[in-house]
Ligand binder design. Sequence first.
Ligand code: ATP
Ligand code: MG
Length: 211
Amino acid sequence: DALVPGRPRPRRVGIMGGTFDPIHHGHLVAGSEVAHLFHLDEVVFVPTGQPWQKDCSKVTPAEHRYLMTVIATAENPQFRVSRIEVDRAGPTYTIDTLREMRSIYGPDVELFFITGADALGAILSWRNVDELFELAHFVGCNRPGHRLTDTGLPDGKVSLVEIPALAISSTECRERVRKGEPIWYLVPDGIVRYINKTGLYLDDGMAFGAD
Ligand code: ATP
Ligand code: MG
C-alpha cells in the first residue's frame, strides 16, 4: 500500500471475534498487542450471536456477553464493540461480518482479523476461505496449549505473532465461578462484579438482568 504524498494512510481496523463468555485478559492482551504491532487505529470486538459451532444451550445469552465486552473495553479509547453479530438473525458466520465491516468502513480501510492459535486452525476448515482472506488480513496469536503453525496457510494472507502468553480461557473462568473459585485478575474487575451481580455461571443460577 504505497503512501501517496498528501493523502492520509488508510485506516487500519482490527476485528476480534469471540463468544466472550466471559471476556478475559487473554482476549484483551491479544487486541492490545496486535493493535500495537500493526499500528491499528482501532480494534472492534465482535461478540457472536446465536452460536453454531458450540452447543446453543450452553452459551450465555448474547446480551450478557455483549454487555461484558462493553464493560471490559470501555476504558480503552482504541477498543470498540460491535453488535453486528448479536443483532443478526440466524447463525454467525465470520464471512458475513467481514463483508458487513467492509461495507461499513468502505473499500480503503485495511481490516485485520485477530485470532488465537486455536481459532486460526479452525478457520482453514471454514467455507469461503478464499473470500475471507480477500476481505481481511488474518493475524494469529500464540495461545498456551495450542500450537501456532504456518503449514497450510496461504502466502501473505496470515501473520503469526508472538504475544505475552496468558493461559486463560472462558471455559475455565466459567468452571471456576461454578466451583466458587476466584476469577479476580483473570478477567477485568468489572467483569467479576458483573458476574457476581447477575449470578452468571452458577449451577442453579437463573442469571437475570440482560435478557
Ligand atoms: P471458550 O473456552 O468458551 O472457547 P475462549 O477463552 O476460547 O472461550 P473465545 O471467545 O472462544 O474465548 O475466543 C475468542 C478469540 O480469542 C479466539 O480467536 C481465541 O483463539 C482467542 N483467545 C482466547 N483466549 C486467548 C488467550 N488466552 N490467548 C490468546 N488468544 C486467545
Ligand atoms: Mg474458544
